[in-house]
Design a protein around this ligand. Structure first.
Ligand code: WTA
Length: 631
């Protein structure tokens, strides 16, 4: 097993070693896994042509590392604790032995239905253990999983299925979210109207609601599981075979399928999990993310299971039946490590303290956050009220593309600083770039965050479009991976992420491309042009502000806004609903026709006195009109 970093000195030594002898550093860590064949070379890389390979020549199956290798010594240990949406329903626990059996069975179901190595399989599921089982079953047979967050619309689902040409879809009849029930199968049926590549759908029964099962295509999970045995040989994969695709938003309209491969992702998932959270044998670990996002992939499923940990999965929402639900679950399962998003913290902070104080949180040792910058007030609340000032908070900076946590404190080992992600993990070489594309040396500086050396779990390509991956991430600064984030390095060399510097909005920790929202708004027949920007939002971190040119002018603006929200829900999903929609007669454009988003952002922020020079605009008067109508 991977040995954890034990002290600040140890961290410094390991960091130095990782920079001076990266190959030796990573091969020692990789040696702790179970391989069918070890590697010929640790790393080969070329950022210019984007060709990165870790552990070339090695053969393995990641599920043998997540499951099989724990069975001899830890088969009875609890792998997954599942907490249902409704607290009146029972918790379900899977030991490593049981999880292994379920994964093998479902892998056999996939094989029986024609799935094989290299196929792409879409998972559109609620937060039930079967989602984790399906993820691992895909990996077991060498199929590439593409999990689509169950809050996405039929259109978003079909776009993702078609981009990856998935042959199978695994879904559920419905999902429970707080007091709501969502008809997932119905949404999937809609999506499948335009997905010719899907030949079978496997449906897990969760809510029991009536659904249509199309004969010849749709199969019940529970019926299929009856028909297969529990022995399933793992497909032996190449180190660089794709493990999964996960779609994420960028600055252009179409979400891109970030591709992660097998051996490097595995190595970094366990390494980062153990070190950041300082997971100790016997700890109960809970990450509140959804498996539909990268955080769920790396830190609900792969990282913890690779480490032989007990990982808790929660189906519901933090505020139902009341705002104490998170803390009730922490108390119920004596959770030791708790990892959530700043937006959830801010939402809960708005309720009475008694929702926290009413539960026994004495088992907590480590707290974490991910997804967006955490403001100091939320940090303090989390530290004092939840952590009783006894728990280090790891503010973990990373991205779908990085596969694992890149900059973060190591709990109890390295120093903390509120609102700072602090220091890079060993193996990670961040740098800041200036406007001329030069690296900014020294401390107490600010720039665009890049990474200058490969790390095992880095993005390898975007599905079906390698050029796009090169352009988006490796062309702004030649020889560097560009994160899209702005960043400060303070006098002590600690990193603070200041937010996106591209046209991506971070709403409640979810990445949403402004172009994606604009394209969706354009679908309304009366929309002539839409411009979308982010603005500071107390709970969500950033809110979405949409400026709309409409023709004919709406008679009832409120009714028009409602229609636009419906279009967004249809095209993307509720997470992309604009918070504010302003109807305007024109947009500030340069003479060449480019929308001046900077001006729109300032107006959305309410900083109308900081618009700068608007005289070069095509039509400066439009700014006055927008200002006076600002929401
Ligand atoms: C932002 C989530 C500040 C950042 C794992 C990044 C953060 C984007 C932090 C990636 C943090 C994530 N502090 N900002 N601790 N963590 N971000 O791909 O802008 O959903 O580029 O991955 O979230 O979002 P993604």
């Amino acid at each position: 097993m991977i040995k954890k970093i034990e002290s600040l000195e140890d961290y410094k030594d390991q960091y130095q070693k990782s920079v001076e002898s990266p190959e030796q550093f990573w091969s020692e860590i990789a040696n702790t896994f179970s391989w069918r064949k070890t590697w010929d070379r640790v790393v080969d890389w070329d950022f210019k042509d984007l060709d990165v390979k870790w552990f070339s020549g090695a053969r393995l199956n990641i599920t043998e590392n997540c499951l099989d290798r724990h069975l001899d010594t830890n088969g009875d240990k609890i792998a997954i604790i599942w907490e249902p949406n409704d607290p009146k329903e029972s918790t379900i626990k899977y030991s490593y032995e049981e999880l292994h059996q379920e994964v093998c069975r479902f892998a056999n179901v996939l094989r029986k239905n024609g799935a094989k190595k290299g196929d792409t399989i879409c998972l559109y599921m609620p937060m039930v253990p079967e989602l984790a089982i399906a993820v691992l079953a895909c990996a077991r047979i060498g199929a590439i999983h593409s999990v689509v967050f169950a809050g996405f619309s039929a259109k978003a689902l079909s776009d993702r299925i078609n981009d990856a040409k998935c042959s199978l879809l695994v879904t559920a009849d419905g999902s429970f979210r707080g007091a709501k029930t969502i008809g997932l199968k119905e949404i999937a049926d809609d999506a499948l109207e335009s997905c010719p590549s899907i030949h079978s759908t496997i449906v897990y029964q969760r809510t029991g609601q009536p659904i249509n099962m199309r004969s010849g295509r749709d199969l019940w999970w529970h019926e299929e599981m009856e028909k297969v045995g529990e022995n399933c040989d793992a497909e032996i994969m190449d180190s660089e075979d794709p493990l999964f695709i996960l779609y994420t938003s960028g600055s252009t309209g179409k979400p891109k399928g970030v591709v992660h491969t097998t051996a490097g992702y595995m190595t970094y998932a366990e390494y980062s999990f153990k070190n950041v959270f300082q997971y100790e044998d016997g700890d109960v670990y809970w990450c509140t993310a959804d498996i539909g996002w990268i955080t769920g992939h790396s830190y609900i499923v792969y990282g913890p299971l690779l480490a032989g940990a007990t990982t808790l999965m929660f189906e519901g929402v933090p505020t139902w039946p009341d705002a104490g639900r998170f803390w009730e679950i922490c108390a119920k399962h004596s959770v030791n490590v708790f990892y959530t998003a700043p937006t959830a913290i801010r939402a809960l902070q708005a309720f009475d303290d008694s929702f926290v104080l009413g539960h026994d949180l004495s088992a907590l040792k480590v707290l974490g956050t991910v997804g967006e910058p955490i403001n100091e007030e939320a940090w303090q609340w989390y530290h004092e009220l939840v952590g009783k000032e006894n728990c280090p908070i790891v503010d973990t900076w990373w991205q779908t593309e990085t596969g694992g946590i890149m900059i973060s404190p190591l709990a109890g080992i390295t120093p903390l600083k509120p609102s700072y992600a602090t220091l890079p993990l060993p193996g990670i070489q961040p740098c800041l770039m200036d406007a001329d594309g030069n690296e900014i040396e020294g401390n107490d500086v600010q720039g665009n965050l890049c990474i200058k050396y490969p790390w095992p779990s880095m993005i390898r390509t975007t599905w079906g479009d390698h050029e796009r991956c090169k352009n988006v991430y490796f062309s702004n600064y030649e020889g560097y991976y560009f994160t899209g984030d702005g960043c400060r390095r303070d006098a002590d060399g600690m990193y603070r992420i200041t937010g996106r510097v591209d046209d991506v909005i971070n709403v409640s920790g979810h990445r949403i491309g402004t172009a994606e929202v604009e394209d969706a708004l354009d679908e309304h027949s009366n929309v002539v042009e839409a411009a979308v920007v982010g603005y500071p939002h107390d709970i969500k971190g950033q809110g979405i502000y949409a400026y709309i040119i409409c023709s004919p002018e709406p008679e009832d603006v409120d009714a028009f806004r409602k229609e636009l929200l419906e279009v967004i829900v249809e095209q993307i999903g509720p997470i992309a609903k604009p918070d504010k929609i302003q109807v305007v007669s024109g947009l500030p454009k340069t003479r060449s026709g480019k929308i001046m988003r900077r001006i729109l952002r300032k107006i959305a922020e309410g900083a109308t006195d900081q618009l700068g020079d608007t005289s070069t605009l095509l039509d400066p008067t439009v700014v006055e009109e927008i200002k006076s109508g600002a929401l």
